[in-house]
Ligand binder design. Structure first.
Ligand code: ZN
Length: 249
């Protein structure tokens, strides 16, 4: 089982691109749907990077969604950094109270939500914060876990990993549905320019599209900030808006 999963995780980018052409022909949404890019960042270990990068995104009217794990153990200094992100107009998401993969945990979906989601929601609520999206830690998920999460959170964001049913692909038509895949922008997976420019061009041909992308740290093996800014600037002149999850239908 483990070997099969790892193989699938290795080949998914190629599979995503090969299946793209078929995807474009199978869209039931309005042709006046918008051109939206949803950008998210995972793992609060990178808060310092995010705080530094947040103003540059805000200057370009980009709303990024920062996915916070281990919220219940955040210190006051961490909350101050989170506040900087919010002050720049960005949004927050949940990312697992212990960053525990849903399937790997061996927990029932309900027990996983109890352990990984509810404590984070309580910690947010105690600061008058809320989030409408949860990024599954490690992209480890099943349809059953997603259904359990959706009892308490509006949307789920996955990685671009192996497909299962009822999941909106990362380069979808209109972004309907509560569970969305996102493609990696990290350098360790090939960087900002590996998938997005080609997909944006394809979506522009269709005239609409909702694209989900995510990264971790800024710089190094994570997201190349210069490459991302360049892509943002170029995409905006072609009609793309970089929005938060509250902008989805
Ligand atoms: Zn993570």
């Amino acid at each position: 089982m483990v070997a099969v999963f790892m193989l699938a995780a290795t080949v998914w980018p190629q599979m995503s691109m090969f299946s793209l052409a078929g995807m474009l022909q199978d869209e039931g949404c309005d042709a006046d749907a918008p051109m939206h890019i949803l950008l998210s960042f995972d793992d609060r270990a990178h808060l310092d990077d995010w705080v530094e990068f947040a103003p540059m995104l805000a200057e370009r009217n980009v709303v990024a969604t920062f996915m916070l794990d281990r919220v219940g153990t955040m210190e006051e200094s961490d909350w101050q950094k989170v506040q900087v992100l919010l002050d720049h107009g960005h949004a927050l998401g949940y990312h697992g109270e212990h960053h525990l993969g849903a399937e790997a945990s061996g927990l029932t979906p309900e027990a996983w939500v109890q352990q990984e989601v509810l404590p984070s929601m309580d910690a947010f609520a105690s600061r008058n914060l809320s989030a409408e999206v949860l990024a599954m830690p490690r992209g480890d998920s099943t349809a059953e876990h997603e259904a359990a999460v959706l009892e308490v959170v509006e949307r789920v964001r996955l990685t671009a990993g192996p497909a299962h049913e009822d999941v909106t692909p990362w380069a979808s038509g209109c972004g309907e549905g509560p569970v969305h895949k996102a493609v990696s922008l990290d350098e360790r997976w090939g960087g900002v320019d590996r998938w997005l420019p080609e997909v944006l061009a394809l979506r522009e041909g269709a005239g609409f599209g909702v694209v989900h992308a995510y990264g971790h740290e800024v710089g190094g093996e994570g997201v190349d900030p210069d490459a991302l800014i360049e892509l943002i600037d170029a995409s905006q002149t072609r009609g793309w808006s970089w929005v938060g999850y509250d902008a989805l239908p």
